[in-house]
Design a protein around this ligand. Structure first.
Ligand SMILES: [Zn+2]
Ligand SMILES: [Zn+2]
Length: 209
């Protein structure tokens, strides 16, 4: 099966992907989604046919919990967040670990299950490469995610792995997965920038008023 380990829906403040659009995209591309909204699991819960995840903003950057039942609050330390993920039987997934342009964690000396060695939104490919080299060197299980925030970003980055019935089986199968990645094109970069600028400068002020 194909799984996209990291993506956002409109339940993230910075994304606009509707659940019904995502459902169509998943069907079309035959991809099972792991929905990892920023500080919310509402979209994932509503979607149902997905891995319920959350991209949690810790004190020291973004960390993703996979296979969650309950939302984990932001603002905790990395260790506290890891504990909360583990209490729920979830997995710790480290997104875009070296992408300093975004809220990457500032250190990696904590217990993790999976490292994201390719993030579809990382513009500087050397940062993805750095993550891959690090995971290889430290023998950490590798994953990839589109980090899609809008529909055109979905469908090009995913893992091909055997089916799983539990987080443990997922991890075991992810070890032997085939990682499929596509670099973001300049045109896609332009679209993403345009959309985020539009949201930032036009939509946000309207919302405040
Ligand atoms: Zn975001
Ligand atoms: Zn993300």
């Amino acid at each position: 099966m194909k799984v996209d380990l990291h993506l956002h829906t409109k339940y993230s403040a910075c994304a606009n992907l509707e659940l019904k659009t995502l459902r169509k995209l998943c069907k079309k591309n035959n991809i099972f989604p792991s929905i990892t909204d920023h500080n919310s699991i509402e979209g994932a819960k509503r979607f149902k046919d997905c891995i319920i995840g959350e991209e949690i903003l810790t004190k020291e950057g973004d960390l993703i919990g996979l296979f969650l039942n309950e939302k984990i609050k932001s603002g905790l330390s990395i260790e506290e967040t890891v504990d909360k993920i583990k209490e729920q039987g979830g997995l710790v997934y480290v997104p875009h670990p070296f992408d300093w342009r975004r809220k990457c964690v500032k250190r990696l000396n904590f217990k993790m299950d999976v490292m994201e060695i390719f993030n579809g939104r990382v513009w500087q490919q050397s940062l993805n490469k750095k993550a891959k080299d690090y995971a290889k060197r430290k023998n950490i299980i590798m994953g990839v995610g589109s980090d899609a925030h809008i529909a055109p970003e979905f469908g090009k980055t995913y893992v091909e792995m055997d089916r799983f019935n539990s987080p443990q089986e997922f991890l075991k199968n992810l070890k032997k997965a085939n990682l499929v990645t596509t670099k973001r094109s300049a045109e896609m970069q332009f679209r993403v920038n345009a959309i985020s600028a539009f949201r930032k400068y036009l939509l946000k002020p309207l919302r405040i008023r």
